[in-house]
Design a protein around this ligand. Sequence first.
Ligand SMILES: [Zn+2]
Length: 405
Amino acid sequence: MKTFGLLGSGIALAFALGSPAASAQQDPPITLDTHVDIPFAYMREPRFDFGKQTPLQVDLDKMRRGGLDAVFFIVYVDQGPLTPEGWAHAVAQAKQKYDDIDLMVKTYPDQIRLATTSDQVLANKKAGRLSAMIGVENGYSLGHDIKNLDIAYKHGARYVGLAHMGNNDLCSSSTPEAALGDTPLPEYSITEFGRSVVKRANQLGIMVDVSHSSDACVREVLALSTSPVIASHSSSRALDAHPRNLSDELLRAIAAKGGVIQAVAVQDFIRLDPARELAIKALQAQVAKQAGDKSFDSEKHEYLPAYVEGMKRIDAALPPPNVDDFVAHIKHMVEVAGIDHVGIASDFDGGGGIAGWSDTSQTRNLTAALRRAGFSEADIAKIWGGNLLRVWGEVTQRATANRAG
Ligand SMILES: [Zn+2]
């Protein structure tokens, strides 16, 4: 917060003086975050109302203050059993999230509009409005019925992430879950249903998202897809050997297909710190117990004072990675995949957030870190949204040809 205040006054001063540096310090043409979660009570409780003061990392005021133009809000469901009941529950949960995003844009039409094409993002910006886009996280919520992908498209979904934590009926996950009966080594990469989802997404003009998919699944998708694919929120495995991150080989392969990898500001994916991880797990168990619950539920417990205060103590003793650590990932990914194939995701309100970019109001801190790392204004424009919009436009264009073929 402090850094942001100083930076903000610096910008104001530069503009006031009309110095040549002023133009270099303007916001990029578009700033776009490809991964922001919403709670299940989104827009249904005042504390989760986009237009009000909220404990969320992303809301209207924070987007305006941070200069963030566009956000993919996520229709996420937890991985559950591959049964008719499990699928029906997931479809219903997804429906609620679509309704909540719809309610948000209908409640604040002068501030934010749904963008279903890359051009609409630019048009909204021109009109002084923010853009809300929709991404699906976990194809499990398609309920094992390809018709639900068409319904997702009608709701405005423009990317579909095949898996989450735990293998599902589309593909194997980068993090199999023993509790769901998964074996550590996936027995399959992509299923027939997974293949049909990739094919139909290509035809509809929905970007296929391989974040959370196993390496084997990513390779299959790259071979299958007739359009570029994205990784909506994954960082570099060469810098942090987390399975959710992507190897240099896969970064190159996604780039070779014309796609984009959106580096993500999740602490564990930037720098593994076992002591910090343990301390956070202990705090979560303690806060859940105090609240009379068996296990930690981020939606219920993350905003409680005991948790917020506990996290402040942990941050002081074991500092989290900061914006420069994050930019080191972006820099490596650009070196490997090329400047046209890397972007940014926060995973705010879903586990993301680092020192200096702990919520959307601090977006300009990250831009400043990119400048410090030597990226030009043209590079930064690509990283902050230009690349993603280009890929999205191409996927939309190819949809027509994919339908014919
Ligand atoms: Zn995720």
